[in-house]
Design a protein around this ligand. Structure first.
Ligand SMILES: [Zn+2]
Length: 74
């Protein structure tokens, strides 16, 4: 059950939504109940093998503007 980050296009509210199995419908904004939400790229999916310090080291090595892209893009 992945957790996705969404951002409401109507009010700009950011929130997380946990998708249950088979549930692929985007949620509504919990703040203004707008269905116009955008899925954000989440960092949580990558938090598997490396610790927090490793990502900091990748940033120091010149990873560019991606705060959570530690080796994902080449
Ligand atoms: Zn909203």
């Amino acid at each position: 059950m992945p957790i996705y980050e969404y951002k409401c296009s109507a009010c700009g509210n950011g929130f997380e939504y946990l998708h249950f199995a088979g549930d692929d419908t985007p949620p509504r904004c919990p703040d203004c109940d707008s269905p116009q939400v955008e899925r954000q790229l989440s960092c949580f999916a990558k938090s598997g093998g490396q610790g927090g310090g490793a990502s900091l080291g990748a940033l120091a090595g010149g990873g560019g503007g991606h705060s959570c892209g530690s080796g994902g893009f080449s």
